[in-house]
Design a protein around this ligand. Structure first.
Ligand SMILES: C[S@@+](CC[C@H](N)C(=O)[O-])C[C@H]1O[C@@H](n2cnc3c(N)ncnc32)[C@H](O)[C@@H]1O
Length: 203
């Protein structure tokens, strides 16, 4: 399940492995991008790929549950990103995997082990990207870490066009939906989201 999947270009990274998957959904709000995805699926004979115009905050597949949900540079374009993550969590099987890659900025006081960013980084990049309606947040990553068990996390910096000397921070988060959902101690899957992160000083 690729939410905010746009043109489906990322699926090409799977090469022939895409045929091993039972079913793939590319969900997006943009009909023009989905048309590109539809043509790509047709040209590459991806018979298991379904392209759907839908909202990442509400779309559910008819199968009910999925094994994997991905967001590639999508959360920063979804105003109700927390609802999109909650929707992803709800449709994932217990033990299912979420993969998120996106730009972000660190909190002023990040949790231990997370990258720190200077104030100029935290101030400049959200402003720069907001011109294109891309909203970098210091809360996406803490929320993901709160709701899912972390399988792996990579925080890096990437070049962007028109800013020769700057490097925008990005993260790649792989998480697992906890098997149990019935405890309320602020750990992943808890009924008390945010408590674990709130132990640390927030932004
Ligand atoms: C920067 S593009 C990323 C596209 C693709 N995932 C990629 O990596 O190339 C963000 C996408 O999120 C989509 N989007 C924004 N809000 C959405 C929503 N509420 N539901 C579904 N898609 C949404 C946009 O239409 C856009 O295609």
């Amino acid at each position: 399940m690729d939410l905010g999947g746009g043109t489906g270009a990322n699926l090409q990274c799977l090469d022939d492995r895409i045929h091993r998957l039972h079913k793939v959904y590319v969900v997006d709000l943009s009909t023009s991008l989905l048309e590109v995805a539809r043509r790509r699926a047709e040209a590459l004979r991806w018979h298991n790929v379904e392209v759907v115009r839908g909202d990442a905050t509400t779309f559910r597949p008819p199968e009910g549950e999925v094994d994997v949900v991905t967001f590639s540079y999508a959360l920063t374009m979804i105003p109700e990103w927390y609802a999109a993550v909650a929707n992803a969590e709800a449709m994932l099987k217990p033990g299912g995997t979420i993969g998120v890659v996106d730009f972000y900025v660190a909190r002023k006081h990040p949790s231990s082990g997370l990258a720190r960013h200077r104030w100029i980084t935290r101030a400049f990049w959200p402003l720069w990207f907001s011109i294109d309606n891309v909203f970098l947040s210091c809360d996406h990553l803490p929320f993901l870490r709160c709701r899912f068990d972390t399988i792996s996390l990579h925080e890096g910096r990437s070049k962007v066009p028109y800013v020769p000397l700057g490097r925008v921070p990005f993260y790649v988060f792989l998480g697992r939906k906890p098997a149990r959902q019935d405890f309320a101690d602020g750990r992943p899957g808890s009924l008390n989201p945010g408590a674990a992160e709130m132990d640390e000083r927030g932004s």
